[in-house]
Each structure stands twice: as C-alpha cells, then as structure tokens.
Design a protein. Sequence first.
Length: 95
Amino acid sequence: MTDQSGQKRTIFILYVPGGAMLGIIPAVVLARLEELTETPVRELFQVFDGVSTGSIVVTAQNINEMTSAKGIELFYKNGPEFFPPIPGRKAKMMT
C-alpha cells in the first residue's frame, strides 16, 4: 500500500487470540503499551482482529471512551460471570 506521495506505508495489525479469562493478559499488555506511548491503542494500529475473547478486547479498543485500563476493570468485574471456572483447568495448564 502506498500513501499520496507514492511512498510505501506500513500497516500495523493487532491480533489478539481467545482464551476466556486469559484474555486479561493481552489487555494488560495493551494497557502498558498505551501508557508507554501515551496514545490510545486504536491510534497505533490500522487493522484489528481477534478470536473469541480477543475479538472483545480489540472491539473495545475502538470505542472512543474505552481505554485498555478500563477494559481490564471490566474483565475483573464481569469476567467470572461470563467465564466460570473449569474444574481441573489450572492443573492441566501446569503440566
């Protein structure tokens, strides 16, 4: 892709995988990225993609008043309701 001057333009793509409550991990990384760059994630990337929980995370990035930090708060508040614990999951992850 080129810009108006004919120069090649870099396009930044954000992809976030699913993982139920593990979606908190990319949300924390994105919050840190916003903190370091002092720029909302929606302004850092041109293409957004995600699967399952990841799609929720990337969609939230494109809501004007939403920040990654607010998204983390919502995960903590509402996540357990949407993603109940799965018996034995932690043991499976540790092996």
